[in-house]
Design a protein around this ligand. Structure first.
Ligand code: DP6
Length: 365
């Protein structure tokens, strides 16, 4: 698929109005996306677990209007939210060529998250993918003379992911489950820089219902956004080495997912998390998003693993929170460990239990 294949050519603009609604999950990367080219093209491939319960639920109501131009309102948890407007405006500008009807309608976008607003969990992946899916459902209602390929579920998912990527890179990995790969790489033939694809390799039963407990170390606003962080990979002294490493790690992870070797899984996942933060610490300007409690938790996880036979491990996104990953058969013991030894490092002892999930769902109205 190329960008051209995603341009909607004809549509029926006689439809006056309607509503669509989607719930789309967050995702957590195992091999990290950090560094991008123009048009949100990643510098390296990444792979993530789709989450199950941390979701954004978005309803878009569209109403035909006379004058051309973008027109939309955003409501977040029932309240009009002007702060989200510039991001959506940029998103609409980027995707207009693929969805020319965007200028024909007024859109009322109503959105809410299943996780607490100020939890420090990035909602851009779930938020942007939910909007992209709603727009795809609208496109489906308006389109006429679709070719067989355009009418297929694969096309729907690919274009939704393609659009979501233009909103926020990692959002393209939130359409499907349980594992999604984004970024062209040799280990996966169908992979693309333009959209995420479902991981089609073998996945060992050890990864069934893999658990992710998110420890909310810091719920505040990050000092450096991901978008700025990505830019700092331009001219970064270790960038090329890092981008190469991501390809190698992805190939290794593919084999690990098939074999179910959790010791090797831990090595890749924890190394990826620390490498991501090492890139931040070695960029110019340099910055640190981990907090003292992030390190306390990491050390406690290592000590717990040393002492027990546990396969628990951690990963980090671009912030101080810790994602604690573990197999389902350790659910009880690890949760007990978290409650006893780790929640004291969380803001207000707050943590969220999630696990790997199946992807976004349309909600019938
Ligand atoms: C560290 O997708 O939030 O979570 O494309 O600028 O919106 P933009 O960035 P974003 O970056 C996420 C980076 C990460 C790693 C990952 O999810 O792969």
């Amino acid at each position: 698929m190329t960008e051209q294949d995603f341009i909607l050519k004809t549509y029926n603009s006689n439809i006056e109005n309607g509503s669509v609604k989607w719930a789309s999950p967050s995702n957590i990367a195992l091999v990290k996306y950090w560094g991008k080219k123009k048009h949100q093209i990643p510098e390296n491939p990444s792979i993530s677990f789709t989450l199950s319960d941390c979701k954004t639920i978005t309803e878009i109501t569209y109403t035909k209007k006379q004058e051309k131009g973008f027109s939309f309102d955003i409501y977040f948890e029932g309240e009009k939210h002007e702060a989200f407007k510039p991001k959506i405006q940029t998103f609409f500008e980027r995707i207009e060529i693929y969805m020319p009807f965007l200028k024909d309608y007024h859109f009322k976008i109503e959105t809410s998250n299943t996780f607490p607003h100020s939890s420090g969990i990035a909602s851009s992946a779930s938020g942007m993918s939910a909007i992209a899916l709603c727009l795809m459902s609208i496109e489906n209602k308006l389109s006429v003379n679709k070719s067989d390929s355009e009418a297929s579920q694969d096309y729907f998912n690919q274009k939704a992911s393609f659009l979501a990527r233009l909103g926020s890179g990692s959002a393209c990995r939130s359409i499907e489950g349980e594992l999604v790969v984004w970024g062209k790489n040799e280990s996966m033939v169908d992979s693309s820089d333009l959209y995420g694809v479902k991981f089609e390799g073998d996945v060992h039963a050890n990864f069934n219902n893999y658990q992710d407990t998110i420890l909310l170390v810091d719920k505040g606003e990050k000092q450096v956004s991901s978008t700025v962080g990505h830019q700092l990979m331009y001219g970064h002294p270790f960038a090329q080495e890092r981008f190469g490493q991501a390809h190698v790690n992805l190939a290794k992870l593919k084999a690990i997912l098939a074999s179910g070797d959790l010791n090797e899984f831990i090595k890749i996942v924890e190394s990826e998390a620390l490498t991501l933060h090492a890139m931040m610490m070695t960029s110019m300007p340099y910055f640190i998003l981990m907090k003292p409690n992030t390190l306390e938790i990491i050390n406690k996880i290592w000590a717990f693993r040393e002492k027990t036979d546990s396969k628990v491990c951690f990963t980090l996104d671009a912030g101080a929170n810790v994602h604690v990953l573990y197999p389902e058969n350790e659910k009880e013991t690890v949760l007990e460990f978290i409650k006893k030894d780790l929640t004291k490092y969380c803001q207000n002892e707050h943590f969220i239990c999630d696990q790997i999930g199946q992807g976004a769902n349309q909600i019938q109205l």
